[in-house]
Design a binder for this molecule. Structure first.
Ligand code: PHE
Length: 350
């Protein structure tokens, strides 16, 4: 192998070893730069004869061109490799399905609450909300529930800090405290009318919300929902309770042949009291009596705690379980499903 061929070969090896464009330009300088090997060879031709110059010059040129094209090829190879690495780093598979933002929806119990509010709203009921941490007074005492009443037991009730030893604060065990809370506000608003012996506008309100009891199985959860209803006026009777609640149930379940039963019961804050059962005439639950609410005529002591004269004002209250209503409406048999937060279950209601 002559001197020029081995020069080309060593250029090829050096270029191949260059792994970056900067390395490659350094390698190039060794051959084609000002004091590079090819330039030295050209300079060395000065002493040669004209004939020799011609043939030697041509041979050097061939070698120089060979090195230049090796250089160009290596430059391109390095550029390609760089591009390739770049593309790999930010790989984007355009055939993947797009990531869609899921559409949210209301929880089935929220759907029920909206439905309840809509139906009672159409019957002229306001909607009121109250605190979940409640005082002993509103949760029990104001509701004619004596201090030794079993509902106050530590087994039933979540007591929280605050309040006094004899009147501790607690997580409300029902929405009934809203009866007195709301009525007191209403009475305050119309105090002048009442004191002047005139009629105040009737209290007609529902109060939905979360309630708490120490209880947990397939049909009881330590947190559950209730919706209170209250209608107080000068001439509101048990008959009105029956009409209103029957109307509500038929509308809620969209079943005109639904049958209701008012079963005598006891609550300290109503007298007389009734448990309300419903019976479907068709569908999987047909024929069974299903308890949906407690109710009754508001006890005179409670009317008094509202700031009203029980000789003049009378009315009814009811408390129902929206969780239960949701289970009945959709045919769900385990209450806990509503609170597990499993999207596969919840998305069925959208
Ligand atoms: N608060 C009662 C309960 O939780 C239900 C009820 C409300 C009963 C209003 C009568 C009147 O069981």
């Amino acid at each position: 192998m002559n001197e020029l061929d081995s020069l080309v070969e060593s250029a090829q090896q050096l270029f191949a070893q260059a792994l970056t464009p900067a390395d490659l330009e350094n390698a190039k300088a060794q051959f084609l730069g000002k004091s590079g090997k090819m330039t030295e060879l050209m300079k060395g031709m000065a002493q040669l004869s004209v004939e020799e110059k011609k043939s030697r010059g041509a041979a050097i040129n061939v070698a120089k061109q060979a090195i230049e094209s090796l250089l160009t090829a290596r430059r391109k190879a390095l550029a390609d490799a760089e591009l390739e690495a770049h593309l790999k780093a930010e790989v984007l598979d355009v055939t993947l399905p797009g990531r869609r933002r899921g559409t949210g929806g209301l929880h089935p119990v929220s759907l029920t609450l909206e439905r309840i509010e809509g139906i009672f709203g159409s019957m002229g009921f306001d909607v009121a909300e109250g605190p979940e941490i409640e005082s002993d007074w509103f949760n029990f005492t104001a509701l004619n529930t004596p201090e030794d009443h079993p509902a106050r037991s530590m087994h039933d009730t979540f007591y929280v800090e605050g309040g006094t030893q004899h009147a501790p604060n607690l997580l409300r065990t029902h929405t009934s405290p809203m009866q007195v809370r709301h009525a007191v506000q209403h009475v305050k608003k119309y105090r002048n009318l009442i004191d002047a012996g005139q009629s105040m506008p009737e209290i007609r309100v529902i109060a939905p919300g979360r309630t708490y009891r120490v209880d947990s199985d397939a049909t009881h959860s330590p947190m559950f929902h209730q919706c209170e209803g209250l209608w107080i006026g000068e001439n509101v009777s048990f008959k009105d309770l029956k009409v209103v609640f029957t109307d509500f149930c038929k509308t809620f379940f969209e079943q005109d042949d639904l049958v209701l039963r008012f079963r005598p019961s006891f609550f300290p804050f109503t007298e007389p009291s009734a448990e309300i059962d419903i019976q479907f005439q068709s569908g999987p639950l047909a024929g069974r009596w299903l308890e949906v609410a407690g109710s009754g005529q508001v006890h005179p002591n409670v009317v008094r705690n509202m700031g009203l004269d029980p000789e003049k004002y009378i009315g009814f209250a009811f408390g129902m379980g929206p969780d239960r209503l949701t289970m009945l409406r959709y045919g769900v048999n385990d209450l806990r499903l509503f609170f597990d937060g499993d999207i596969r279950f919840l998305s069925q209601f959208q």
